[in-house]
Design a protein around this ligand. Structure first.
Ligand code: TXA
Ligand code: MG
Length: 318
């Protein structure tokens, strides 16, 4: 076996401290939960969250699950409805993810919500994940730690095979006990809707809240078609892509060395920085109520593909 001692480490005190340092510095770390391994980043740091999408090589910004060490910490960032409190009391810590409205004072990066006004949250039961969350001192955004299109990892070796050259550290906590992803329940509506079946059964949910629906055509890893989901947030303004000049009534969202930009996704042409700024700047630009937001050309490589996908959706007729 190849020696990967530089990126694989036991999930002991030293390993967890190393991981916490990386997370605090805005880097990504793979770690086990009771369901599957996650690829984590500080959920309050835009650039750190953008690194997750970069590593997964996903051509779209799908929203991510944010992990918390306590239920109280969840309520600081989300709207705690009675329904949410009931589900939390019954199933947290554990393999249940709740989609909730972001609170007015929510500090989570808009990138974890892919620009939506909701966020998926959970409190994991895994002891090592709990210790890591406490050591990092911040909520951790983490999709499953696999490259886009690959199956979810339930051991550190799976992560190594899928992301070994793209992640600075993998915490090895052995095999995941649940082995399937968390059940995702959209609790922004009443009755709530199961978006993805997983570690908590439909029967167990029904025992607690009685009235719950399964999403039609719910599919693994695609609880709502991304197009459907992401169309929830579209700017009021029209959007014009690949703009090389600014026309009357337009506001320019720049990229690279352009003059006349009201906001610039990355003056130096850095795609990671542009991804980190995308949703916040789209919101700010839209709040200025221009007739049209013109956007500089963005190269179609790396994170540029996900940025362009999002911008094309915003620009498509509606
Ligand atoms: O067990 C799990 O849930 C694992 C571990 C690491 O916690 N995580 C996981 O994450 O499976 P991921 O990113 O592979 O799947 C998250 C799913 C995505 O399919 C996404 O569409 C959905 O959650 N999701 C996230 N935020 C959402 C939101 N605001 N509204 C609707 N769906 C959302
Ligand atoms: Mg996944």
């Amino acid at each position: 076996m190849t020696n990967h001692s530089h990126i694989m480490t036991e999930m002991d005190k030293a390993g967890i401290e190393r991981a916490a340092r990386l997370l605090k510095a805005g880097d990504i770390v793979a770690f086990p939960t009771e369901t599957v391994y996650g690829l984590g980043a500080d959920a309050t740091n835009d650039t750190a969250v953008a690194r997750i999408f970069e590593a997964k090589d996903r051509p779209q910004f799908n929203p991510l699950i944010v992990h918390f060490s306590t239920v109280e910490a969840v309520w600081a960032e989300t709207v705690a409805t009675d329904l949410a409190r009931t589900l939390a009391a019954a199933f947290w810590p554990g393999p249940l993810t709740l989609v909730l409205a972001r609170s007015e004072t929510c500090r989570l990066s808009p990138l974890v919500s892919a620009g939506l006004d909701s966020v998926a949250v959970r409190v994991p039961a895994h002891a090592g994940a709990q210790t890591l969350l406490q050591a990092a001192g911040t909520p951790i955004a983490a999709p499953s730690a696999n490259r886009s299109g690959a199956i979810s990892p339930t051991s550190a070796d799976h992560v190594l095979a899928s992301l070994g050259n793209r992640v600075p550290l993998i915490l090895d906590g052995g095999s995941c006990t649940v082995g399937v992803e968390s059940t995702i329940v959209d609790a922004t509506c009443d009755p709530p809707v199961i978006l993805r079946p997983g570690g908590v059964s439909m029967e167990a949910l029904k025992d607690v809240i009685g009235n719950i629906a399964a999403a039609l055509g719910s599919a693994e890893d695609a609880p709502k078609a991304p197009g459907q989901l992401l169309s929830h947030y579209a700017p009021e303004a029209r959007v014009r892509l690949a703009a090389t000049s600014v026309r009357d009534g337009e506001l320019l969202l720049g990229f690279g060395q352009v003059s006349e930009a009201t906001f610039n996704l990355s003056p130096s042409g850095d795609l990671l920085e542009a991804a980190a700024n995308l949703f916040a700047m789209l919101h700010k630009a839209d709040a200025m109520r221009p007739a049209c937001i013109a956007v500089s050309p963005i190269p179609e490589r790396g994170l540029g593909r996900a940025i362009n996908d999002r911008l094309r959706r915003a620009a498509s007729p509606r």
